[in-house]
Design a protein around this ligand. Structure first.
Ligand code: CP3
Length: 322
């Protein structure tokens, strides 16, 4: 999630002094600093690398920009012809600054704080590449996947190759575990789910483990409801990040103890804070404490969130056995 996001004044201060968001991702000193900032304040058990899922299309050769108030903007790829300008050959050269960030973060973090590396899952990244940014209906992506399955599979293959290399690079640089964000998995029609979500995720996990056998993966297939069980059983993940719509009791029953569960406080509970937030957190802890469990939000911290609410939540979680 975007823990190092805009709700922290020390993040905004650094962000203000770089010309673009991608520059921040590719400047190891600064990216390492914003990765560590929330660890200093809240003392979590793990940090998440500061980067973005869209550095992979950038490394493939697509034009990617982040504009204030607009979000990501990409030069859309919509046909096999458009793929000709993309290459997965040397993406790790382009992404080398991110690996340097991982090394710097590992050197700065206390020994008992893990570093989670990450990438976007191919389906979710493909939606940004094809729609040209965030989408409401994913019409272009869904239409291409049906109209031209071979061409669309070529795009997925490029993403599988580049993402596997990227994640292997993060492990080599010192990341302790990896998370795959499939933020828009909920948009995939059920007859396409295995092809668009399960198979590419499994391919990446297999590729990474072929190079780095014991790598631990957390999958975040947002919004897929009870299909989380199918996802966990068929991708090779060790843990599943659940969004706020999934009942923690259901996740405990269907996923634990075979898989760790990560989740799933509603970011709006964190925004509002106070007793209601702590009550919601306590209910999640109670439901999931019987098995392997990582407390987290169900999605990213919203920019208006007071940092004091995060501090109160972290203190509450650490305050112990309840
Ligand atoms: O917590 C962290 O800071 C870790 C780094 C991280 C970022 N993005 C930094 C970021 C992570 C793990 C992500 C993942 C990411 N990026 C996802 C998957 C998770 C999710 O939120 O569903 C997605 C879909 C993206 C793509 C993306 N990046 C979008 C749509 C946006 C724009 C958001 C907006 O509201 O404008 C971003 C920008 C982004 N990535 C920011 C940060 C801190 C904010 C941009 C800024 O500070 O200027």
């Amino acid at each position: 999630m975007r823990q190092a996001g805009r709700y922290l004044p020390e993040y905004r201060e650094i962000r203000q002094n770089v010309s673009s968001f991608l520059d921040l991702c590719y400047t190891p000193d600064l990216a390492a600093e914003v990765t560590v900032q929330p660890v200093r304040r809240f003392h979590p058990d793990a940090a998440i690398l500061f980067s973005d899922i869209l550095v992979v299309p950038d490394a493939l050769g697509q034009s990617v920009k982040f504009s204030e108030g607009v979000g990501p903007q990409l030069e859309p790829v919509r046909s096999v012809d458009d793929l000709a300008s993309l290459s997965a050959e040397n993406t790790n050269i382009h992404l080398a600054p991110v690996f340097e960030t991982v090394r710097q973060v590992k050197a700065q973090l206390p020994e008992d704080v893990a570093l989670i590396g990450f990438a976007g899952a191919p389906w979710t990244v493909s939606t940004y590449m094809i729609e040209g940014g965030t989408s409401r209906d994913f019409a272009q992506t869904k239409a291409w996947a049906r109209r031209d399955p071979e061409g669309f599979d070529r795009l997925l293959a490029l993403l599988i190759a580049a993402t596997s290399d990227y994640l292997i690079g993060q492990i080599e640089a010192g990341a302790d575990a990896l998370q795959l964000f499939d933020t828009w998995a909920s948009a995939v029609p059920s007859d396409q789910f295995d092809r668009c979500v399960i198979a590419p995720t499994k391919a990446i996990i297999d590729n990474v483990r072929a190079a780095k056998p014991d790598t631990k993966f957390i999958g975040f297939p947002r919004g897929i409801g009870p299909a989380v069980a199918h996802y966990a059983a068929n991708t090779g993940v060790n843990g599943v990040g659940i969004d706020s719509a999934l009942a923690p009791v259901y996740a405990a029953k269907t996923l634990q103890p075979a898989y760790a569960v990560q989740g799933n406080l509603d970011p709006m509970a964190l925004l509002v804070g106070g007793e209601p937030m702590l009550k919601s957190a306590a209910a999640i802890i109670e439901a999931l404490s019987g098995g392997p469990f990582i407390f987290n939000l169900g999605h990213g911290v919203v920019p208006q969130t007071p940092p004091e609410h995060v501090e109160a939540l972290a203190d509450f979680i650490r305050s112990g056995d309840r």
